[in-house]
Ligand binder design. Structure first.
Ligand SMILES: [Zn+2]
Length: 337
């Protein structure tokens, strides 16, 4: 109780200063958890829990390739392949700094060896092979290693007979590898072509941004193509086009929503719904031999993939009312089960 009578020496100026400071809105210094659209701030935990989507305005933050795999599968529920493939520097390229130095910096900053991570994983219990790009590694640019890993992922999907999931996030071909980088466009397209021959479906997710040589090759060739809200999907970014053509482009130029209107993507899907959506598609696309003739998944596709026998069995199992309608000349449907 002796504290009650104690003098506290605080100057009036200091008190005024404090009052003034409290009246001002407290501005948190912008960092990786600050939404660039609405200034909402999230802790690292919140960001992870919200799959790096702003809960206030829906802005989609960038996601690293490994975190993306965890979001699609389960935490730790994927097996990374070919993590040791590293870029060579055949042109001994130097711009403002040597290419080798840029790679070393990117490796240090991201903990990755390249701009793509490939893995076997299960999305909602459906097996798949995934090739996920990471924009943080040299702008997600495609050099020889990205092309090689992508092609290997295609081979693996064909070999396993499971769909390939591609998540694109890239500024395009890697200029430090010159023509060798451009050649990866042809290489990845040929790899996808062999998947088509093997009747293995490809699901592509276009994250922000998907541009240049990646959009002009494998990213635009999915059987099912999803885009994340607000993602820029274009060959050239709006700034480059405006500078070249000296024309002002619409504000939504190349954005996912506009590309949906243009028919370039099948759906714009919020990241928080993405795993569910992909999982559903994977289950629909399952092959007849995955779970035998009792499967009720995707009759049309089962048929297309050579499941004619299975289709016959499935038709037999249809309810009597449906059988009545599809069997010509048997109004009573006597045989129908
Ligand atoms: Zn926001």
């Amino acid at each position: 109780m002796s504290r009650v009578g104690r003098n506290i020496h605080v100057s009036v100026d200091r008190l005024r200063q404090l009052a003034h400071r409290d009246a001002r809105p407290r501005k948190i210094k912008a960092d990786a958890g600050t939404c660039p659209k609405c200034d909402s701030h999230f802790s690292a935990d919140e960001m992870q829990r919200n799959l790096r989507v702003c809960t206030a305005c829906g802005h989609h933050f960038p996601v690293s390739a490994r975190e993306r795999l965890e979001q699609l599968g389960a935490p730790g529920g994927y097996e990374e392949m070919w993590p040791d493939l590293r870029a060579a520097d055949p042109l001994q390229f130097t711009d403002l700094k040597p290419y080798t130095e840029r790679i070393a910096e990117a490796e240090k900053a991201t903990g990755m060896s390249e701009a793509i991570v490939c893995a076997d994983l299960e999305v909602r219990h459906a097996p798949a092979v995934a090739a996920v790009m990471d924009f943080a590694f040299m702008g997600g640019s495609m050099g020889a290693v990205v092309g090689e890993k992508f092609a290997r992922a295609c081979d693996r999907a064909a070999q396993r007979g499971v769909p390939l999931i591609v998540v694109a996030a890239s500024g395009g071909a890697r200029m430090q590898e010159g023509t060798l980088a451009l050649m990866q466009m042809a290489k990845t397209v040929i790899a996808l072509d062999s998947l088509a021959a093997a009747q293995v479906p490809v699901i592509v997710v276009l994250a922000h941004p998907t541009t240049g040589g990646v959009w002009a090759s494998f990213a635009s060739l999915g059987d099912v193509t999803y885009a994340e809200p607000g993602a820029l999907i274009a060959f050239s970014g709006p700034r480059v086009i405006e500078e070249t053509t000296r024309e002002v482009l619409p504000a939504d130029f190349g954005r996912a929503e506009r590309q949906l209107e243009n028919g370039q993507v099948d759906a714009v899907v919020d990241r928080r719904l993405l795993a569910e959506r992909i999982g559903r598609v994977l289950h629909i696309l399952r092959r007849p031999d995955d779970d035998g003739p009792t499967s009720t998944q995707a009759p049309a596709l089962q048929w297309a993939q050579g499941g004619a026998q299975w289709m016959g069995d499935a038709v037999q199992a249809l309810p009597r009312k449906v059988m009545d309608r599809i069997r010509p000349g048997s109004p009573d449907g006597e045989d129908a089960g």
